[in-house]
Design a binder for this molecule. Structure first.
Ligand SMILES: NC(=O)c1ccc[n+]([C@@H]2O[C@H](COP(=O)([O-])OP(=O)(O)OC[C@H]3O[C@@H](n4cnc5c(N)ncnc54)[C@H](OP(=O)(O)O)[C@@H]3O)[C@@H](O)[C@H]2O)c1
Length: 358
């Protein structure tokens, strides 16, 4: 039997556990037994934008439900493919369930993709499974943090390179909203690492309750609570990287900065209930990491890109271990409590949740 955790696609507060028969494995297929996966606000955003960005299409189940994709580890438990061995451990994009059946394609010593028909039109980065045995970033020190940090840090890394390539749109300061989010911290880390060369001031906007935590990371030159930025923010040439998605906040920030605002990168929706229509926000552009990584692969090659990304990732994980404490979720009750809290924005940025329901 396969236990899965599903939510109603039109009402993501409705979370439930299901048990279904596993279909017999077909020729060319393999079955993963999912071991553990991370849960962060990013997964809530997958659900919130499930229709628009097709996140519901990865692991379809019976209507009206959907399965939220998660990043984690799984072991090959059955194989009908000559080039994939039982016991191989992989990192990648999984459903919140016990098992996932895929059709491996493009197999090499580093990993393979799911070549199933319904995934072919979806972003390739989500269809790739890397073998932990041949990925230099996996070791006993990084194992727990990788599912929490890696998918988010990849985005932080890509935003940094995008801004750098665009000469920071001539801005002198980079302002991050939801500065306590893991993706925000990853970008602040990249900016700090390169600050001597780039010379950009790094400013974090966050909730009052998270100000001390954000300051303690040491990445930001200035940390301001949302209530205070109108008076405390220098009106210097600025780029905003928005992880919060709060439409009123973006409007207010734009008005506060006036002509000093050069560009807004719309990355996240942590504050999804306050999101509005962003199509009319001036100087703003959506940032979709799967597109940016394909661009960087084309420009620099995937091997070089991954090498630089992984080097920075390992450094960031060393820092993350001091800032973020792992917490295990081992049963459905705890998972639904944490999940519903996250949907409502009750997120403790000092926690990194790892789900493993046996
Ligand atoms: N565009 C892309 O390709 C891409 C890729 C990766 C991630 N993202 C997005 O980046 C965002 C951050 O993800 P994450 O997993 O790094 O987040 P996280 O670490 O779980 O973020 C936690 C922080 O988000 C803020 N927050 C969370 N829920 C909120 C709510 N309901 N209302 C108001 N604030 C809330 C709080 O920060 P503050 O108090 O500091 O505001 C909280 O401390 C997500 O929306 C994610 O989808 C986008």
């Amino acid at each position: 039997m396969n236990q899965s955790i599903q939510v109603e696609k039109q009402n993501i507060y409705k979370i439930s556990q299901h048990s279904d028969e596993l279909a017999p494995l077909q020729a060319g297929e393999i079955r993963f037994k999912i071991d553990k996966y991370a849960l962060t606000s990013n997964n809530i955003t997958y659900a919130v934008s499930g229709f628009k960005l097709k996140y519901w299409n990865f692991f379809p189940v019976n209507e009206p439900n959907g399965v939220i994709p998660v990043w984690g580890y799984a072991d090959v438990s059955e194989s009908n493919h000559p080039d994939v061995k039982v016991g191989e451990r992989c990192y990648g994009y999984f459903p919140m369930s016990d098992y996932l059946t895929i059709q491996p394609s493009k197999i090499n010593k580093y990993g393979f993709s799911d070549g199933a028909e319904h995934r072919r039109k979806l972003a390739p980065i989500y269809n790739y499974y890397s073998k932990t045995a041949t990925d230099p970033t996996f070791n006993e020190h990084t194992e727990g943090y990788i599912p929490i940090v890696k998918p988010l840090f990849a985005t932080s890394f890509l935003i940094y390179h995008y801004l750098k390539k665009s000469n920071f749109l001539e801005a002198d300061q980079v302002i991050l909203t939801s500065a306590s989010s893991k993706t925000g911290l990853g970008l602040a880390f990249m900016l700090k690492q390169n600050q001597d060369t780039d010379g950009k001031k790094i400013i974090g906007l966050t909730s009052t309750r998270n100000v001390e935590f954000v300051k303690s990371t040491g990445y930001y030159d200035q940390v301001i609570a949302y209530e205070d930025y109108v008076k405390d923010l220098a009106k210097d040439a600025s780029v905003i990287v928005d992880f919060a998605g709060n439409a009123k906040q973006i409007k207010k920030l734009s008005e506060t900065l006036g002509d000093a605002l050069k560009f807004i990168s719309l990355v996240g929706l942590t504050d999804w209930k306050s999101a509005g229509s962003f199509s009319k926000v001036e100087k703003a552009e959506f940032f979709f990491a799967p597109t940016h990584i394909q661009n960087m692969y084309k420009e620099q090659g995937s091997e070089k890109t991954n090498m630089i990304l992984n080097k920075n990732l390992v450094q960031f994980i060393i820092d993350t271990k001091k800032m973020i404490e792992l917490e295990a979720i081992n049963d459905f009750e705890k998972l639904s409590t944490i999940y519903l809290g996250m949907v409502d924005g009750k997120v403790n940025p000092k926690k990194g949740y790892l789900v493993s329901i046996k």
